[in-house]
Design a protein around this ligand. Structure first.
Ligand code: FAD
Length: 534
């Protein structure tokens, strides 16, 4: 069963190896965990539902406290603190589980008539407050799309698959795999996030170098809005004015409920492998990454850890004897202190992968990269969806962990990365607290790349103080990002948490256009208020 107050399946735990514990203690001190609230105690706080559904919708709506608790928060650190403390604030009045587009349309009609706020909900993996209900004086109905989770059609010739919007990553891939296809969209939240959520929040998967971001994969579909149904036909390309698909991408539940998603799929690859190269320093590593992508070497994924992330990953990996041997070998080859780890994936026909590997190794070698084969890369691939479980282990040790991500042009990558890391590292020094900060680059483009920074700090003596620590780090760094040519989000979307920073990025006129778009479909702000735009 899914954890009600954290990430993933409650039967699965990721243990922190002893060396990892020592490493963190040496960086930020020993943590002291806070006490967790129980599900029962939180359910007891849930007020009576204000919903009075008509008979024909009654069977679709669950108003039990537990369903409402389980849909009240996403996965941001602020959400995590709310769930762990039991201080949720607002709960939805009910959760609807529609099974067809017609049922979604009926829910919309009822919501409009009764002035009920409606929150579309995919996997609830938002890390930016997208799906949290607000107290606006009206009832709130969360619409969980999870029952619309089937592969509805597969056009093998055009390679287009139609899915119910609530289909989560594993069901997308298993249903396609049975027909010899893949979507190739693998966000780290793959286990729980859904195809509709990916479209609504402009998600990016780890192998976007080969398969593209969701923008490239989203071919069309069906959206139920308060003004009627929007059918998005699949056309390979078009010069017929602005693209309606682009309006749905990143709409974050403000325009309507996506009920069917048509995606561009690819036959399963013949060959796939993941490789690791260590570079002596950041400059050579960053140069090699940029050259790989600007050279259009056919990689399917690329990730470059800076020196602190490399050190942290090796410390947290366990197996001290093997890691020690690796470090000695790397040191002899010139990649000692300050080394940076690059992981890359190659996917395709055997011929393509052979050529890509040759090209990639040659570019890396020219920058003094030490190629170590596939062993570490295979480990990364095997564990890539389990890493979010580490949050639970860190929490039990008294540490809070969060990530910040942006993207910028190559000429600004080092500048912005430095600003982000320094701000996070020094952000709690006035409280005599250290923050452990490390970064990787991922999602590479010819023009630039995304910057993904993780920060770990000790929880304070109370939930309120811990939240205040997070707010300070998050707010000051978000301001810094948008003031320095970074996007407020490369892949996590805007939600409610990033909405204050959007106007800097879009400008006044841009914000007016986005607001007008939402108003066209939803003039009375029934849908997901204050997400994306106020
Ligand atoms: C551990 C972790 C790792 C993550 N890794 C990545 C990553 O690698 N790449 C990445 O892109 N993101 C990542 N995310 C962020 C998150 O998973 C994505 O934003 C994802 O796309 C959200 O999908 P979801 O189905 O969970 O949507 P939800 O969180 O349920 O909703 C997100 C938004 O989309 C709207 N929405 C959802 N479904 C619909 C629908 N059918 N119709 C209309 N609106 C809808 C909601 O109203 C909300 O505004 C990560 C999150 C976590 C917790």
């Amino acid at each position: 069963m899914r954890r009600w107050n954290g990430w993933g399946d409650e039967r699965f735990n990721l243990a922190m190896p002893e060396q990892g514990q020592d490493f963190l203690a040496s960086r930020i001190g020993n943590g002291r965990p806070l006490a967790d609230a129980t599900l029962e105690s939180v359910c007891a706080k849930v007020p009576d539902s204000r919903l009075e559904p008509p008979a024909e919708l009654e069977s679709l709506i669950d108003t039990t406290p537990e369903a409402r608790v389980r849909h009240a928060r996403g996965q941001s650190l602020a959400d995590w603190l709310a769930m762990r403390s039991g201080e949720f604030g607002v709960f939805p009045d009910g959760v609807a589980f529609p099974t067809t587009s017609d049922e979604v349309q009926a829910l919309l009609a009822w919501a409009a008539e009764q002035y009920i706020h409606l929150i579309p909900y995919g996997g609830g993996t938002s890390v930016a407050g997208h799906i949290n209900p607000l107290d606006k004086g009206k009832p709130v109905l969360t619409v969980d799309m999870g029952k619309m989770n089937r592969l509805m059609d597969l056009d093998r010739e055009s390679q287009i698959a139609t899915f119910g919007a609530g289909t989560p990553g594993p069901l997308v891939e298993s249903q396609l795999r049975a027909h010899g296809f893949t979507l190739g969209h693998f966000p780290q939240s793959f286990e729980l996030s859904t195809v509709g959520g990916w479209v609504a929040s402009r998600s990016s998967g780890q192998q976007s170098l080969r398969y593209g971001r969701i923008e490239q994969l989203f071919a069309g579909g069906r959206v139920e809005t308060l003004q009627g149904t929007l059918d998005l036909p699949t056309i390979p390309a078009s010069s017929a004015g602005p693209d309606i698909r682009e309006m749905i991408l990143g709409s974050e539940g403000r325009i309507g409920l996506i009920t069917e998603v048509k995606v561009r799929v690819t036959p399963l690859p013949e060959d796939e492998s993941f490789h690791v190269v260590f570079f002596p320093d950041w400059d050579s590593a960053r140069t090699a990454s940029r050259q790989l992508v600007q050279n259009r070497t056919q990689l399917s994924m690329l990730r470059l850890s800076n020196a602190v992330e490399t050190e942290t990953q090796l410390a947290l990996a366990g197996h001290p004897r093997l890691i020690g041997m690796l470090e000695r070998f790397l040191s002899l080859r010139g990649a000692g202190t300050g080394k940076c780890m690059m992981t890359f994936g190659i996917t395709g026909t055997r011929r393509q992968t052979r050529n890509a590997l040759k090209e990639a190794r040659s570019i890396c070698k020219a920058q003094n990269g030490v190629y170590t084969g596939t062993r570490l890369g295979d480990k990364w691939a095997a564990k890539r969806f389990t890493m979010p479980y580490l949050r639970e282990a860190l929490w039990q040790m008294g540490y809070a962990v969060d990530t910040l991500e942006t993207a910028t042009d190559w000429d600004n990558v080092d500048n912005l990365l430095g600003l982000i890391e320094t701000n996070l590292r020094e952000g709690l020094t006035d409280q005599q607290e250290n923050t452990h900060v490390f970064t990787h680059l991922s999602h590479f483009y010819s023009q630039g790349c995304s910057i993904y920074t993780t920060y770990v700090f000790r929880v304070a003596d109370s939930y309120e103080e811990t939240l205040a620590r997070w707010q300070k780090l998050k707010t000051t760094t978000s301001e810094l990002i948008v003031k320095n040519r970074g996007t407020i989000s490369h892949q996590h979307g805007v939600g409610k948490d990033h909405a204050p920073y959007l106007p800097v990025e879009k400008g006044e006129l841009g914000m007016l256009a986005i607001r007008s778009l939402c108003n066209t479909f939803d003039p009375n702000t029934i849908l997901n208020p204050e997400t994306l735009v106020k």
